[in-house]
Design a protein around this ligand. Structure first.
Ligand code: ATP
Ligand code: MG
Length: 138
């Protein structure tokens, strides 16, 4: 599925479409250059799932955890990862296989650790405010 978002105000609707398209998938991986809008979209997805706190990039911790009515949301940013073994060290499996929602920025850093099934989102910036979102269930 492809979604064209023409401004930030289009993100809540895009987030709802993505969650519907993902069906039973709860793991979402986000590809896109720096500043493409991964964190910004994740904020909207989290809000759509019922996160009421402010969602910020997990810069210092690799993973941030949020509570939603049905469980938890884990938000990963693997940008600073040097090796995949650092993901093993932080116990990524406990999160990925917990049954909770997982939103993963920079999945390129953990190519061998992605689960069998997930929803892949590729974000391309078309202009300052326009984004193309390619959404695919793997
Ligand atoms: N339609 C849009 N969707 C997403 N972001 C948008 C959109 N229009 C403008 N932006 C802006 O683009 C920027 C995206 O930054 P964001 O931190 O989300 O990128 P990122 O992909 O997470 O980068 P990084 O790889 O550094 O983590 C924000 O300043 C956001 O306000
Ligand atoms: Mg980000």
């Amino acid at each position: 599925m492809q979604i064209n978002v023409s401004s930030l105000s289009g993100l809540p609707d895009a987030a709802r479409q993505i969650i519907t398209h993902a069906a039973t998938n709860k793991i979402f991986v986000f590809y896109g250059e720096m500043g493409a809008g991964k964190t910004t979209l994740i904020k909207e997805l989290a809000a759509a799932l019922g996160v009421s706190e402010a969602v910020t990039s997990p810069t210092f911790s690799i993973v941030n955890e949020y509570v939603i009515p049905s469980g938890k949301v884990y938000h990963f940013d693997f940008y600073r990862l040097k090796t995949q073994s650092e993901a093993l060290d932080m116990g990524y499996e406990e999160y990925f296989y917990s049954g909770n929602y997982c939103f993963i920025e920079w999945p390129e850093k953990i190519p061998d650790l992605l689960p069998a099934h997930y929803t892949r989102i590729a974000i391309t910036a078309l202009s300052d405010n326009q984004r193309q979102l390619e959404v695919e269930n793997i």
